[in-house]
Design a protein around this ligand. Structure first.
Ligand SMILES: [Zn+2]
Ligand SMILES: [Zn+2]
Length: 244
């Protein structure tokens, strides 16, 4: 009997709509960011990382703002640091001679070729570390898919996975990479092919019913198949309303 909590979380996620790995990733990232804003904004290590990563990536900034994970004060502290870092990188510090800053070079105080200046500006305004939300997302996906691929031949896990909506394509790619043998890979593909074929049929049905001769038939579960298919192809946030 497995005693890994991820195993049970995965079993539960398989009973819910959408890719179970996307769901667990999403939950883990939200928990992590929530904790970060409540507990770690003043942690010197976290603050240093956030300065180097220039805050969060687009996906996780949207999540923080939409889900109101970060309070106004925490966000102000973090982004005061981030903009301070960008300014320091662009302008240099007072300890450095004026001639060494990007700005001085740009103003022509000292000669420099345009490409060198562009490169220095790009470096100054680019993250030097990955987003903490992405790091949490990727480590969760790796952990969950490792458990899935290790346990996919167990009856309980295989039944749960077969009843789920299957993996999105990005997680299928990672799952294939983590498969330990041909049997595990074959089980994964068998389930996934069934899901793909079913969704493929639903899309054809949706297109068919859009013909004026059949429009009166009304739509069944295939009504949102296009949203589920796009989500399956791209992966990412699971929306409950997109799953029948
Ligand atoms: Zn996924
Ligand atoms: Zn991110």
């Amino acid at each position: 009997m497995p005693n890994n909590p991820t195993y049970f979380e995965l079993l539960k996620a398989c009973t819910q709509p959408g890719c179970p790995v996307c769901r667990l990733e999403q939950e883990a990232v939200e928990r992590y960011l929530d904790h970060l804003f409540y507990e770690s904004v003043n942690d010197p290590g976290v603050r240093a990382h956030l300065r180097n990563s220039l805050g969060f990536c687009q996906e996780h900034t949207r999540l923080i703002l939409n889900a109101r994970l970060g309070g106004a004060l925490g966000m102000s502290i973090i982004y005061h640091d981030v903009l301070g870092t960008v300014l320091k990188r662009l302008l240099g510090t007072k300890a450095l001679s004026d001639e060494s800053t990007i700005f001085s070079r740009l103003l022509g105080r000292i000669p420099a070729d345009l490409e060198t200046i562009r490169k220095r500006i790009r470096q100054a305004i680019s993250p030097h570390e990955p987003c903490l939300g992405c790091r949490q997302r990727d480590s969760t996906a790796y952990m969950v898919l490792s458990v899935l691929m290790e346990k996919i031949q167990d009856q309980e896990m295989l039944a749960a996975f077969a009843n789920s909506d299957g993996l999105c394509l990005p997680h299928l790619r990672l799952g294939c990479k983590l498969a330990q043998d041909e049997v595990a890979l074959a089980e994964l593909l068998k389930v996934e092919l069934e899901k793909l074929e079913k969704l493929h049929t639903e899309l054809a049905e949706f297109v068919r019913k859009n013909d004026y001769r059949y429009i009166k038939d009304g739509f069944g579960p295939e009504g949102n198949a296009w949203r589920r298919a796009a989500q399956l192809a791209a992966g990412g946030q699971v929306n409950k309303q997109d799953h029948a």
